[in-house]
Design a protein around this ligand. Structure first.
Ligand SMILES: [Ca+2]
Ligand SMILES: [Ca+2]
Length: 583
């Protein structure tokens, strides 16, 4: 690694009373720091020419003593390609998977010894048995859908008594939950995904960990977590961190309050916690061959630590990207978190990507409202018009829903609205993200709360009557949206203009929103007709600055020719994506 320091946390009875000694060419113990009786932190320096191999570490009270405990620590060779990995970018379509709810590839791992929660598919808030094999088995399906990157909600061990399926209460940061698979099966899934042109983004959680972690029985250090005289929840208001008028009271509650009773809040101001988290993310990138990271609950962690983490990450992986979940509804506040030179308080996050929550809010409303000055399609226009706030708006991840938000279909209500929304996400600036089950028209049915947003993917379980993967028993609407999604994103995957082209849009008028993506001499025109009833014959003279020189086009979805660009007929509640041609 470029950084040649490594800190080990050693846990064991009375280990804190010892010091570490070793003899290995190129490796030096810089410091042993005992904290409490049962933890020892060992700082190593690993010279650049050090060879891979096994280091025998002897733990003794004094150098001349014989070792009380010996541990064999393996130094692995670095993957020569890891520092060159490209990361995700606007060429990608990201697909969000909640592994417990996607596909059960291995029914034998549904219940595992030592794991508290057993699978129960009849419990909407229980574990359903989906796993890493279920993802690996269906990579072909995802490839056909046009997916080029997958983000799985956390896969690490969550040995919690209930609701462990969601993965956000980690109890071992170095181990895949055995009910999902193993560290090796995760790495193998990544390799398999790469062979299909699919990148893998790991979801990591620096703000908190599960209270069933062994740490909570005996903290590595007194200030390992943020503790309060009595249980104190965060105020969940990410706004506070960039608010120039914030009180210290609110700021402290936001940062140091706990996310939930089951999630202990990491104190990242503690340099040992900071080192632990930074090394952990680097370890996973190296071990699994990751293409990027998604960081949970971004503004809840110490922001200076987060900036330092990203600086160190970029030092090792100059091109690897990270997307942060700053769930805030205003572009002003989301832009604060994207690496930004213009923050008034001079804060620079070093964070490459953020989720476009403000645009998500607009997409959820735009297609179901009546058109007005500030309703309907104007919502999309108004959010995009604020892009001057972002240091690089192409690094926004666009989406209409995720595992925490009401799903697209029940919100948008019709297949036609869904198609318009999907086409918009695929063609506007940024990197589109789709949540699993969107293409199955998943809805909440009679389920309440999160359960309704996280239903099983039809066909992921043996005996499912409807199967997205084999297309068995799909409704006509499901077939329609599945084919539409696949056509749309397969086209997007190979079209550089829509991935990288300059965006020019026109103020929506009469329920029609027109925009162009232009790259060199190529151009893609998008026409959204949000009118309920009317086929609109769109007179295009208004768009002359973008249409000049083009004579015809091809409708990307239907494949049909558009011979006359002066008047284009667009059916009610539909979208046309036209690749323009000079011939
Ligand atoms: Ca399983
Ligand atoms: Ca926190």
């Amino acid at each position: 690694m470029k950084d040649n320091s490594l800190q080990l946390m050693v846990h064991g009875k009375d280990i804190g009373k010892t010091k570490a000694f070793l003899e290995y060419k190129g490796v030096k113990v810089k410091k042993s720091t005992g904290t409490g009786t049962d933890y020892l932190f060992v700082d190593l320096e690993i010279g650049n020419s050090t060879k891979p191999g096994t280091i025998t570490i002897n733990f003794k009270e004094n150098e001349k003593d014989s070792a009380l405990i010996t541990y064999k620590y393996e130094l692995k060779a670095r993957d020569k390609e890891s520092s060159k990995r490209e990361g995700f970018n606007t060429s990608d379509m990201m697909y969000l998977i909640m592994p417990d709810r996607f596909a059960n590839g291995d029914p034998n791992n549904d219940d595992m010894p030592g794991m508290l929660e057993k699978a129960d598919r009849t419990n909407p808030n229980g574990r359903h048995g989906g796993d890493i094999k279920g993802i690996a088995d269906n990579l072909g399906y995802l490839q056909k859908l046009g997916v080029t990157a997958i983000w799985c909600t956390p896969l690490l061990e969550n040995n919690m008594p209930r609701a462990s399926y969601h993965g956000y209460a980690t109890t071992d940061l170095y181990k895949v939950d055995p009910r999902f698979g193993t560290n090796d099966s995760y790495r193998d899934m990544v390799t398999l995904a790469h062979s299909r042109g699919i990148k893998v983004v790991m979801d990591i959680v620096f703000n908190h960990f599960g209270t069933n972690s062994y740490w909570m029985k005996d903290l590595p250090q007194k200030d390992w977590i943020n503790e309060w005289p009595e249980f104190t929840r965060s105020n969940f208001r990410g706004t506070v961190i960039s608010d120039p008028y914030r009180s210290q009271y609110d700021e402290k509650k936001m940062s140091n309050g706990w996310f939930d009773t089951s999630m202990a809040d990491f104190n990242q101001k503690n340099p040992y916690v900071a080192r632990y988290l930074i090394q952990n993310s680097i370890w996973w990138i190296e071990f699994a061959g990751l293409d990027g990271l998604r960081q949970d609950t971004y503004p809840y962690s110490d922001k200076d630590f987060m900036a330092e983490w990203l600086k160190e990450l970029r030092n090792e992986y100059p091109n690897l990207n990270v997307v942060g979940e700053a769930w805030i509804n205003y572009p002003t506040q989301v832009s604060y978190w994207m690496d930004n030179k213009t923050n008034k308080d001079k804060y620079r996050s070093n964070l490459s990507h953020v989720f476009d929550f403000p645009l998500m809010g607009a997409v959820q409303k735009a297609f179901t409202e009546n058109e007005g000055w500030d309703t309907g399609l104007a919502r999309l226009y108004e959010i995009l018009a604020q892009d001057f706030l972002y240091s690089d708006p192409t690094k926004l991840i666009t989406f209409a829903d995720n595992h925490d938000i009401e799903r697209m279909y029940p919100v948008l209500k019709t297949v036609d609205n869904m198609k318009m929304a999907l086409a918009f996400l695929a063609t506007t600036r940024g990197l589109p993200m789709i949540y699993y089950g969107t293409e199955a028209l998943s809805d909440r049915g009679s389920l309440h709360g999160d359960a309704g947003k996280r239903k099983d993917m039809p066909g992921g379980w043996q005996g499912d009557s409807t199967n997205m993967f084999t297309r068995d028993n799909l409704s006509a609407d499901q077939k329609d949206i599945l084919d539409f999604t696949s056509t749309l994103f397969t086209w997007r995957k190979s079209n550089k203009t829509v991935q990288e082209g300059k965006l020019t849009h026109y103020i929506p008028e009469d329920g029609i929103y027109v925009y162009f993506r232009t790259l060199d001499k190529a151009s893609v025109m998008v026409i959204v007709n949000n009118n309920e009833k009317y086929v609109k014959t769109v007179a295009t003279a208004r768009y002359d600055e973008n249409l000049k020189g083009f004579k015809s086009g091809k409708d990307v979805i239907s494949g049909s020719q558009v011979k006359d660009l002066s008047k284009i007929e667009v059916p009610a509640k539909s979208v046309m994506i036209i690749e323009l041609s000079t011939k």
